[in-house]
Design a protein around this ligand. Sequence first.
Ligand SMILES: C[S@@+](CC[C@H](N)C(=O)[O-])C[C@H]1O[C@@H](n2cnc3c(N)ncnc32)[C@H](O)[C@@H]1O
Length: 530
Amino acid sequence: MLPPSVEIRNSSVSGRGIWAKEKKEAGSILISVKPHISVLSNQSLHTHCSSCCGPAPPSGLKRCVRCRMVWYCDVNCSSNDWTLHKLECSALKKWSSSAPSPDVAIPSDAVRCLGRILWKRRAEGPESIWAKEIDSMQSHRGSLQPSAFESHTHLAHFLVRFLDLSSPAELSEYGLSTAGDLVDIISKFITNTFTLTSSSLSALGVSVSPLVALINHSCDPNAVIVYPRCSNEPSTEEPLMQVVAIRDIEVDEEILTAYIDTTLPRFSRQKFLKETYNFDCQCPSCTKYSGVDPRESMWCPKSCGGKCAVPTEENSLTRCEKCQTPVTSPDAVLDVLRVGQEALDKAVALRSRDFNKAKQLTTNMIPILTSAGLTPACHPLLALNELHQSLLVSAFSSNLTQSVLDDSVRAAAKYSAGLSYVLREGHPVRGVALADLGKLLAVDEPEPSTSNSSGRDAVFPPSGPRRLKLALETLKQARTELYIGFGRKNEGGEVGKSIRETVVSLERELGVWSQGVRNVLEDMPKPLKS
Ligand SMILES: C[S@@+](CC[C@H](N)C(=O)[O-])C[C@H]1O[C@@H](n2cnc3c(N)ncnc32)[C@H](O)[C@@H]1O
């Protein structure tokens, strides 16, 4: 159901879209729906519930006893999912028994999601509202990009195997008359699917909502899609998908979200949008960016405080926007950007297989990119700092030393600083990054510095009470941003909730510390009055 404050309109450039009928403030929830279908990724299947998509409850998840591949919070969640799961349960068993190796024993989330769409379509009937809403989603069947042929063919091949179809005639059971109809449903899926995320924005799988899929794209969006998860309890309403305004939206303004990671440089964004969504983005960030784009920026070679655009193959002569000093060795910068991207791709791929190698790569690469002059907002330095922070934090459980903690704080601070140039205030990614930084600053220091010298004070991160004060300020800023990004009504979602307690305990701790100092001062011998 479309809320009364928004409406569907047509645009000559981007087809249908959703427009605001009322003025909406930043942090307003514009749309709140349960997606038609949500499916966990293979990695999340045993850590999250396949019905409400929430994390494992304290008592642990319970596995489906038949296929032994999907897990649920409890019997309520499993029975809520049963009407759909019963259709896929035997298909999952069959797939796994014929899989050539254990790492391909479960079909991808895309194949499982398409399977669920088709099974549900068959169960509801092609004339049902549910099926009509799915059918109404945009398809690019007639104008597929050559680069998309392979992914569509792959998906079609695996889907046919998953549904156990032995002839094209069997497609009719699902309301599809030809192989072209299969391509159509795959194109609808690719064009209109969202990443299902946790309450702290980790990718969990995919979801499909024909209503939210009506929203068009901008690289500088005025709204975001979140799954704030306001209760830890399993619920039939979850996963709840919400579209939240991240800045004030005027009457008759189009609501726009970003389909892609907008911290990427323009070339990568445009390539991805063309290949996956079949359009050339004409948003202001792609066409009218004035000044140096922070995603592709480096510091002035003369350190005047200004920035230069990083050189590209097409334009190697770039200058500081403030003092006009040219970038002296553009080829060296181009090499560093290329090597940095390769290291990022390799570290992401190694992350789950060889954690230490991934950490070594980010540890070695970040100083090279930094000393080449890239700003913390520049790609791929921003992404490397994010990855480095998360790799260091994963090392906490085995070995928390002061230096690992300080390195994590520094990486988190650089990541947050970089994001602040690229994403507007209130973007949930900024809010979560600030919350992570604040929480790291609030971790008990294994070996706090006892030095009060001014030299030590200049070092980042500070130690002792100055560190706690910084933690408190960071968490308060995070709370402000999370209230926008995850919706004011949701009070910042689960991340907002999780930092509230830390803020209270930090205020208490700092209050106790200040009182302690006052007591010591009062106890000091007073100078004798002359
Ligand atoms: C999720 S759908 C959005 C709704 C779609 N406009 C419709 O009519 O159903 C995504 C598709 O909308 C179009 N689209 C979205 N944002 C666009 C934009 N900024 N410029 C041009 N086309 C856009 C593209 O065709 C894209 O593949």
